[in-house]
Write a protein that binds this ligand. Structure first.
Ligand SMILES: C[S@@+](CC[C@H](N)C(=O)[O-])C[C@H]1O[C@@H](n2cnc3c(N)ncnc32)[C@H](O)[C@@H]1O
Length: 285
């Protein structure tokens, strides 16, 4: 029997995904084929007539089957890029989102001396993407990542190790900043902020495969901000600042929580779609 070529398999895989209404079926089939064969997406074109080995074919078919059940590609291949770094991800952590790079750019824009020995706190660290991306840009900074989820902490610890940043970071299980002592020069957080109403209309990839505790922000999406913001002023260095990711339409309500806690807003940072995605604030004088 003649073995199936990359092109033939891609066609069948794409058709199977399309039948299940998976968005961008050809793109996803190519990503999964890259993973099965080790070829980059460009090489898949030049090698399109190459027959797949039995192992490659079985691996590709199994991955297409998982994707048909709307498991995210990142979970199937076990990784996701953020800030040009490779992050291991699984069902215990939120997939790093491109929008969250807004926070990284905002924080870096607020730091004049990138070589300073800064201390950074990340509340709700998940995969560790925010903290580790910052440490990768700030060579003398040290970080503390907090998460309530023990399995998430295993993921961020593995990411720190893989990125060669373990010696500058510690990960602790905790309920936001309760019981933590400072001071920190920078506090970052991307808490769960999806409203109860929006939780009902999430894509199956998110609703079925990402942790509820990383997504749900309660009735108005602000539950986590209400709890964690008042905990932060005592932890901030007098010249420090906090950067918070926010959901669409939350700029005023989260801004009010910050000022109610004695913090002074000093920046609103838009994502690539022009939506306010991050607030920065510093201790009030
Ligand atoms: C939206 S995810 C953000 C993950 C990661 N920082 C990112 O930007 O991709 C929120 C994270 O907060 C964590 N979390 C939820 N409630 C928490 C709490 N009470 N204390 C600490 N972490 C919490 C969740 O486990 C999850 O990892």
């Amino acid at each position: 029997m003649t073995a199936t070529t990359i092109a033939q398999c891609l066609k069948l895989g794409t058709a199977a995904l399309r039948q299940q209404d998976v968005p961008n079926p050809r793109f996803d089939a190519q990503l999964l084929m890259s993973h099965a064969t080790g070829f980059g997406r460009l090489a898949l074109l030049t090698e399109s007539e190459r027959p797949l080995s039995a192992e490659e074919q079985a691996a590709f078919d199994a991955m297409i089957e998982r994707r048909c059940k709307r498991e995210p590609v990142s979970h199937i291949i076990g990784r996701r890029e953020f800030w040009s770094l490779d992050f291991h991800v699984n069902k215990h952590v939120l997939d790093p989102r491109p929008d969250s790079e807004t926070l990284i750019a905002a924080v870096l824009g607020c730091i004049e001396n990138k070589a300073a020995p800064l201390s950074i706190l990340d509340l709700g660290t998940g995969s560790g993407c925010l903290l580790l991306a910052l440490l990768s840009e700030l060579p003398n900074a040290r970080g503390t990542g907090i998460d309530i989820s023990r399995p998430a902490l295993d993921v961020c610890a593995a990411n720190a190790m893989a990125l060669g940043l373990s010696d500058r970071v510690r990960f602790l299980q905790g309920d936001w900043a309760l019981g933590l002592s400072g001071p920190f020069n920078v506090i970052v957080t991307n808490p769960p902020y999806i409203t109860d109403q929006d939780m009902g209309s999430l894509a199956p990839e998110v609703a079925r495969h990402e942790p509820h505790g990383a997504l749900s922000g309660g009735l108005d999406g602000l539950d986590a901000y209400r709890r964690l913001i008042p905990q932060t002023p005592r932890l901030l260095d007098p010249n420090g600042f906090i950067a918070l990711e926010i959901g669409q339409g939350q700029v005023e309500s989260v801004g009010a929580l910050l000022t109610d806690s004695g913090l002074e807003i000093d920046g609103i940072h838009n994502d690539l779609a022009g939506i306010p995605r991050c607030l920065t604030a510093k201790p009030g004088k």
